[in-house]
Design a protein around this ligand. Structure first.
Ligand SMILES: [Zn+2]
Ligand SMILES: [Zn+2]
Length: 287
């Protein structure tokens, strides 16, 4: 996803003529900002809004994504790389409803919050929210804030998509949720050796590798490779790659042995990724 092309992948699924086509795209990924887009039948939602609205709009435009179709924004937690663009985005797009846990709402900096609070809806760490064709399920994740969540997005008679970043360690619940996904954004934050040898102060290194920090390449790989061989997961976008403690080439190398089972991409820290249609891999038309 670093290739900067304007290609889009919106091939018709062969999963049945009534199967709904779902599209996903990483608009931003990493400690400098996160925004993950999902679209089905003209309704779209975003998980996190951690870049400026201007940058979000520019990147969306590159992929022909119409942000005016956006219905909802689901926030995973209050770290600025996940909420930085929320206020200005909700100012521009007046019909977008925002969902977050009470713990997140309490801790989001005031200047990131939507001006119109009636559009902010509280959800539990275990919740289900229906938006158009989507059923969005939240579940708790280990990360160093009070009430962080991951999201699994189900489309009836369509794909199931996971958005799993900022996770200190793999839990049984995460494995179970990932096993239900057709497509997923999964954190592969750091290479253990790069982090160990790198210039970060020890307390920051400890925070990253700790159970409330981030997933390493190895942890993410072990998780994916532990899924049954006939797992539904066919498109994996490795996300939230560290600038200082990782490289896209290392991530590709680590996951290379799984590429016969699924399409593997690495989300760019600096640009929009490819727009993936539901199951483009099945008709053999890669980009
Ligand atoms: Zn983050
Ligand atoms: Zn975080």
């Amino acid at each position: 996803m670093d290739n900067g092309t304007k290609d889009t992948e919106t091939k018709q699924s062969i999963g049945g003529k009534d199967r709904r086509i779902v599209q996903i795209c990483s608009l931003a990924s990493g400690s400098n900002g996160n925004a993950y887009y999902v679209q089905c039948e003209g309704v779209s939602l975003l998980v996190d809004c951690g870049i400026s609205f201007r940058e979000l709009s520019n990147r969306a435009k590159k992929r022909g994504i119409d942000l005016k179709q956006l219905s909802a924004l689901f926030i995973t937690h209050e770290h600025s790389d996940h909420v930085r663009g929320m206020k200005v985005m909700t100012n521009h797009l007046k019909h977008v409803n925002v969902y977050m846990t009470a713990g997140t709402k309490k801790n989001v900096k005031e200047y990131y919050m939507p001006i119109n609070r009636s559009r902010v809806h509280l959800i539990g760490q275990e919740s289900e929210t229906v938006v158009g064709p989507f059923k969005v399920r939240s579940f708790a994740k280990p990360h160093d804030v009070p009430e962080p969540v991951s999201y699994t997005i189900e489309v009836e008679n369509g794909a199931t998509i996971g958005v799993y970043t900022d996770i200190g360690e793999v839990t049984d619940r995460l494995r179970d949720e990932l096993s239900k996904c057709d497509m997923a954004f999964l954190e592969s934050n750091y290479d253990v050796e790069m982090l160990r040898k790198g210039h970060y102060p020890q307390n920051l290194k400890d925070r990253i590798v700790g159970g409330d920090g981030h997933l390493s390449n190895r942890q993410a790989y072990d998780l994916v490779s532990s899924l049954p061989a006939d797992s539904r997961l066919k498109c994996l976008i490795l996300s939230h790659i560290s600038a200082d403690n990782n490289k896209p080439e290392i991530v590709r190398d680590v996951f290379g042995s799984l590429s016969y089972r699924m399409r593997i991409e690495v989300a760019s820290r600096h640009d929009v990724g490819l727009l993936f249609g539901d199951m483009p891999w099945q008709d053999g038309c890669d980009d």
